[in-house]
Design a protein around this ligand. Sequence first.
Ligand code: HEM
Length: 301
Amino acid sequence: MPASLALWRDRRGRVSILRIAVLCLLVTPVVLAAVTILTDGLGARPINNLIHRAGYWALLFVLITLAVTPLRRIGRFSQVIDVRRMIGVGAFCYAATHISLFIADQMFDLTKVATEIALRLYLTIGFTALLSLAALAATSTDGMVRRLGAARWQRLHQLVYVIALLAIVHFFQQTKADVWVPTFVASLFGWLMAYRFVIWRKRSKGELSATALLVLTLVVSVLTFAGEAIGIGIAYHVSPLLVLETALDFDVDMIRPGWLVLGAGLCVVALDLVRTWQRRPRAAAKPPAVTAEPAREAGSL
Ligand code: HEM
């Protein structure tokens, strides 16, 4: 088997536990769908059920690729960079399955598919995201990095921010009733982008302090509560203040996205504190070597 297909091996050819774990994660949606088919079944509209699953996982994997940089910096897990490309290509595979199932659902009538994509805004947005994701997947090889040059390649791969945004808009637009999941996904995206924005403003290679991460989390959480209240208020013609009051009333059976993003952000703060504390004795004995991250890795999917 060609070495490039041995996805469980790292660049040095060693078996990598991290890569195996990521491969397991990437096939999890397929296993879950297979288990559902064999047990409860996929319901009255099986293809539609699979379309939703594939779209949901495609978006989730795009967000996981965006979480790699914060995880690497805050958690000091430099190895995770090794699997970012794999997760990005996985996201593309699920998005490609998503559109293939949509085509199957339209009885392979490509004229109808094209018309639907052209006429329905949420499908046009999804299609734009898919084309962009395809461009990133096609240029994800080492050969393409060399051919494009690191700077151009990095600029191209910043498209992933736009892709995530388009996919979230597409998610909101096709959601008919409860926007709980899209709101939570949007708030996670908000956190990941706010983190990058603060780092960019600081123009520093150093990590944000735990206090800065805490403030960032609180701001994103407050914005999530406010956004959800205003959105529901407008959609259902009710007072946003009333919605906010209900959302702030913590309910274990229906935890609002604002609380969840607060919880996730606090976990990140805790991770930062633990990792800083773990490094303290060694830092006193020997200052850490400053190694420049390869440019190819800095902006990749
Ligand atoms: C040509 C491109 C695309 C088409 C035609 C398309 C089509 C669809 C359709 C038909 C649905 C279900 C709508 C319904 O049942 O009313 C859907 C849902 C969804 N799509 Fe797409 N989509 C495209 C691209 C994408 C991409 C690139 C992503 C993510 C990266 C994505 C993420 C989603 C998500 C998250 C959902 C909702 C899943 C859920 O309900 O849990 N889509 N899409």
